[in-house]
Design a protein around this ligand. Sequence first.
Ligand code: MN3
Length: 194
Amino acid sequence: MYNTYPFTLEKLPYAYEALEPVIDAQTMMIHHDKHHQAYVDNLNKALEANPDLQKKTLEELLSSEVDVVKNNAGGVWNHDFFWKCMGQKGQMGEKLTLRLEKDFGSVAEFMAKFEAAALGRFGSGWAWLVKNKEGSLEIMSTANQDNPLRDGKTPILALDVWEHAYYLKYQNRRAEYAKQWWGVVDWTAVEARL
Ligand code: MN3
């Protein structure tokens, strides 16, 4: 696990084709090997130019006042988290189900709200399920590579809605991508973050 400069790209925790047919292997390969790698490289480059920040952890860099550092730190953190939100195909456990019912009324309502956050994000960004300081679950979206930790919220689940995440297969159909995506969410990993 990376912690401080110099950062390295973490391996994808499953094969490129593991999420087929929801997310195609080519998208996964480009997304991880090119886009995610570029965030790692550009973060290291930005830190070379800002040696005073080299001792900071990745989480600390998410709130950096240096934009190029903040943006690329977010790109590294968010993608690492995103890969870990997917992979295992399985049913949602009882603990998470009850929690979503408590905070959103029903699992269907949670999913509808999450999809709306994914669709409503103008341009590039992320949809998130987060835990707030009071311990309740909330849905939010962030622009670009911004991260909820900056607002004191703990990420539980994230969906990348940058076009590079879905364009090869879904083109302009972000809503369809967001709906199909539920089929590859690793609910066990999500529940473990509660
Ligand atoms: Mn991405």
